[in-house]
Design a protein around this ligand. Sequence first.
Ligand code: DGL
Length: 260
Amino acid sequence: MIGIFDSGSGGLSVLREIIKILPEEKYAYYADNAFCPYGEKTPEFIRERGRTITDFLLEKGADIIVVACNTATAAAISSLRSEYPVKFIGMEPAVKPAALSSATGVIGVLATAGTLKGSKYLTTKGLYEDDVKIVERVGKGFVELVEKGILEGPEAEATVRESLVPLLDAGADRIVLGCTHYPFLINVIRKLAWPGVKIIDPAPAVARHLTEVMVTEGLVRKDGGPVLPDIGIYASGDDSSARRLLSLILEEDNLKIKDN
Ligand code: DGL
């Protein structure tokens, strides 16, 4: 079973890519929405939540865990890896593909404050900032919109505009989505972005990496498993927002899952 967690529903944007590649697996998704957002929380707090959630997912039967949250990856993945015997797959802000493909030589990164301060991001950024100019903004209010299920319309546009326009004004022609909640606002981001601007979401690459690790570790189901993905949704708060968003994804992608 694949365990997945995020501060809320954002990690479903990663689950969405994973089930396209591994449709016959069992999944337990945990939305830590009683403590959302993680963006401004201390790394110690996020590490503690990471432990509690990992214990829960292992209890459910997870044999690999996807930290489908950039902020939690930055704060907690190293300690989780040293404390638990299972493999953890984390998020990487997609600075590399953005830097390598930018024509203007300016890339924009949207992420939470925690991610932008994290050593992982700073190291990656250090590898490319001699070649391209990297401009950053916290997607202020983005996580809250997604948790409320507001994915388009005037409120979403006003909120997205505030963080996106400074990146476009700086000349960015690549926008890296460095928070797993942000892909749910992609329609608004696309609508507001200028022609030629590409939005880069690392989720498909993370899903491919997870698959490679599962093949290497012998974790891919071989027992004929369910034909449809079997997805359990759990939350520390009200689980209705995660369930709503999951239904939306399944409808958009024309996918069915096993009834739980
Ligand atoms: N979805 C998260 C991320 O990828 C967390 C956002 C938050 O809770 O602030 O960073």
